[in-house]
Write a new protein. Sequence first.
Length: 505
Amino acid sequence: MELLDNMALGFGVALSWSSLLACLIGVTVGTFIGVLPGIGPLAGISLLLPLTFTQTPVDAIVMLAGIYYGTMYGSSTAAILLNLPGTVTSAVVCFDGYPMAKQGRAGVALAMTTFASFIGGCFSIVLMMAFAPPLVAVASSFGSPEYFSMTILGLLAASTLSAGSPIKGIAMVVVGLLVGMAGTDVNSGYDRFTFGVDEFLDGVNIVVLAMGMFGVGEIFWNFTEGQKSAQVEKVDVSWKALMPSRRDWKDSAFPIGRGAGLGAVIGILPGAGAAIASFIAYSVEKRVSKHPEKFGTGVIEGVAAAESANNSAAQAAFIPTMALGIPGSVTMALILGALLIHGVQPGPLVMTTNPELFWGLIASFWIGNALLLVLNLPLIGVWVRMLTIPYHVLYPGILFFICLGAYSSQNNPFDVFLVIAFGVIGYGMRVLQLPAAPALLGLVLGPMMEEHFRRALLIARGDATVFLTQPISAGLLLLSVILVVSTVRSSWKKRRRAAEPTAAA
């Protein structure tokens, strides 16, 4: 009965005209961003974050959330038509989606990704409604030691479970932590790491860093790589050609269900994210299939499982972000920063202090998924034509809006120069193959980690064993140690296997 009352409150908020408009804008822009290769949800959210400053917290988060899971819907379009994933989460769709397009079944593949995304997203919403309140009840007993330990676990998980070298990931987390320390010390009032620049007294603006590293850095990278618009073959987008056959639905039913379940579980884990969920779901389907050799040749099961998993994981990532204040993915870290900008403190008390925000967001997920289902099927032809826009025409406009957004965030011209500087840094990180996402996570969680660390020591009168004497805190720290040890061990085994053929030769 309490759940029905909460959902009634949520739909009362989500069905207001302002929230409906915010949801529609978010999912539409998110689909557009997902279709364009290389931009991704991080860059998209960071570009549009300044536009939310004049909105209410509910409308702002509804719009940003719509951009996030809307990107998951649209990112498979370029993967299927061009063998070019719109985001890393849709890379798996290339394996069977592009072969389906070459077989003349691009319309069926595009429609199935839309249906699978809808089902996966709905599964995660139900999971969030059922398990978020118990999770909040457990988390309400957390103190500063527990929050510090959980932040450590989240940072390590994000850096070690993400793609690429774990050492590089941890190093970039440290860089983000150092950048987050710039500004005025909360306890003493002294400035630190400002280097005499008054603009740094309030710290580094997360919006500027995100737009620079992920927006400007991506533009620099695409121009230096000389990317051009790809030629898209004509695709039949009639309703008859789009609809999957009865055999397609039969082959996809169980993969969609398994993908939704795996995505929901993986999406809750800090640092795992939708990309890992889609890869694991695809691997599971290939393992349980009676004909695994067909995967990679254009089987619809691979497309359906991957899309269901990445959308389920994308929306499940809101559970730890809203209920615990710990982002389940790097994009969630940016949304966490948006909540803090709007004066909302994510964590166990958000359901009691801001129930209209929490349940309004969940209700908007139902509305957003329904809107995406209605929008994506008829707009497939539009997205296909949009892929032909040359990069040299598209990116100057994006760069203009980046600079406009950087200036409008604090009405400070210094932020425009700073966003360009972070863009150069982001480009350099791409060249050196250093992941930028963990740095953003370190910037968001760093101040929170420092605050709880110092508060715990103050309460314990400087006794550092407080982090080990509290059972939950000690358990989280133990998990962090296990995570680091297992990562180092797997990395060592990988190097050993790579060295064996050389030694044998």
